[in-house]
Ligand binder design. Sequence first.
Ligand code: DGJ
Length: 701
Amino acid sequence: MIRRKGQFYILETEHTTLILKPETAECVYYGRKIRFCGIAELLAGSERRIVSQPWRGDFTEQNVLLYNADGGFTYDFVYSKGKISAEKPEIAGLPSSYGEGKTLELKFVDGPTKVCLYQYYTVYENSDVIAVSAQLVNQSKKEIRLRRLMSIQLDLPREEAEVISFRGVWGRERHRTVQPITKGIYICDSKKGMSSHECNPFVILKNGTGLYGFNLLYSGNHAEIFESDERGRIRALTGMSDYMFEWKLAPTESFCAPEAVLCYAESEDELSERMHAFVREHIVRGKWKNRERPVLVNNWEGTYFNFDEKKILSIAAAAKEVGAELFVLDDGWFGKRNDDRSSLGDWYDNVEKTGGGLASLAGKIRDLGLAFGIWVEPEMISEDSDLYRSHPNFAMKIPGREPWRIRNQLVLNLADERVQNYVVRAIGDVLSRSGAAYVKWDFNRHFTDCFGKGIVGGEYFHRYLLGYYKVVSKLTKKFPSVLFEGCASGGGRFDLGNLCYFQQYWTSDDTDARERLAIQAGTACGYPQNTMGAHVSAQVNHQTGRRNSFAAQFNVACGGVLGYELDLSALTETERAVIKEQIAFYKDKRKLLQFGKQFRLQAPRAEGFITVSADQSEAIAVVNVTETHPNEPLPFIRFKGLNESAVYSVSVRGRTETVLAGGDVLMRGAIPLFGVFDTEPVQRECGGLFSSMYILKKVKA
Ligand code: DGJ
């Protein structure tokens, strides 16, 4: 709800309140819901701003940087008017959240130049999230140059604070990282043209009051800046990065910053619960929004580039036998691609490897009773390709300069409309002729050599992103029944912008169950489990060389959307029987596992997750013992999310014993692992990672 009370706007979600005083561009209050908002006057005068005031000596990092119409770079955005509306304004060319929620529009004008700044706040009551965006309009008579337009500026009182960010690298994405904020500036960002493996746009500022979560609906360069300043504030800014950014605005032209989201909670679990609800309800869309996701088998780690029709059909037949529902043909099916040196851009069938083409292979897979899915990497080009030979200017490179190659490939210049059209046509044709029910959209390198003819350098990164969104938006609209999974060398572009088009995202190329614990736990802080692709792979892991049993891998993969990625046709009967039983169990519990409320579990030497049904009548927990030393006390765990006053029956999957325990005991008592249940056989089978799955059912209210 949004209401106006004198000079104040009060924005309320179910559990939080944000009070703004636009006259002074102040954020008067943001936090836990307060009932008596008459105190707003008492809190005003804090100098906590939602818009910077450099003209008035505010040199803390600013939400706007520009070369103004009067030749200077100062501005003084003075509040002009506010409006509450049921309609959320469109954010031109960019993804945006959707659903019921009122929007507050605040207009600020720089008096001498008439440049306008609009801030929009959309309130999603049920998920306790406020979506914020900004737009700058050049109402002056001269060109202006925008150097930065952040989506959110939020000043909070300085208290002991730390930033929790989700950082990593290829194969180790989104590890939860904590950095205390004392004095000065702390930045999380990406300059790679993609949201990146290194630093996710989801960040949390934690202070003595609570936790403030920020995220951005953008898949390109981003920055989250936290400055602890001399005025006793911590300023949080989130938005597009200003790295090499400069945007010219002629008179009457405007620029929209990507939408960002804001969420307050009093614990990390609460914050995640709210972000999950928001992503599920207001970001993910289309036919697959609330549908149970199929169990897939992907051939990548099973064959890499080395396959033919016979091999693929043998894996698909084994996939059908174990109960999988979808077969995904990964890289290597097109052009003359037998390794990563050629053919990107040539989206026509390699007849030899597919045994007569995609349509025929897809048909044979469907005849086996499986849906067919296809891998593509639409934004890339190999120099050894027909596309490059005929259109070298389609590649992102600078004339007269040797381009930097990564994985032997170049990026296509999606800032160019002709290239966008080519990609829509070529990929649309792949989907039509294969009848694919699923697409894995990959992106295997970051940007270098940014250049587009006729595009001013500072505009390049963003123009690419606008082109990219145009392409994904056209293709996802054209194929509304297709389940789209995004991928970027694993989880290099796992962000809210992409989740507006792709219903799920490949979390990481690292499929080692132990490595996945930190990756999935970090990802799940901000994103719900039904957006996270999680696969069981070969028992000797290809990324780490470590051995993980199928049982342990399955347990960990149940924390996301389950898939298998190995040569199933090469397994023994016994191994296939293990997988068959896993898939049958998963399908039975899939609704709970994919759509239940998931909480992370953490204790010394043990971690995992629990997924609880909305009515708290059932739950599945996975607990992994991450370290074992001789003669150490037993590790323990405390469950979460259960009904305190209910009684649950608890059993370990694979065993018959059951104990009864109260929800309160299960959540407050430190339950020794391997104690009551003696999970010894499960442990032995699990090799390195001791992993157990607990099944909880409410027996009494
Ligand atoms: C990188 C992806 O993350 C992998 O899953 C696989 O699809 C390869 N690309 C294929 O080249």
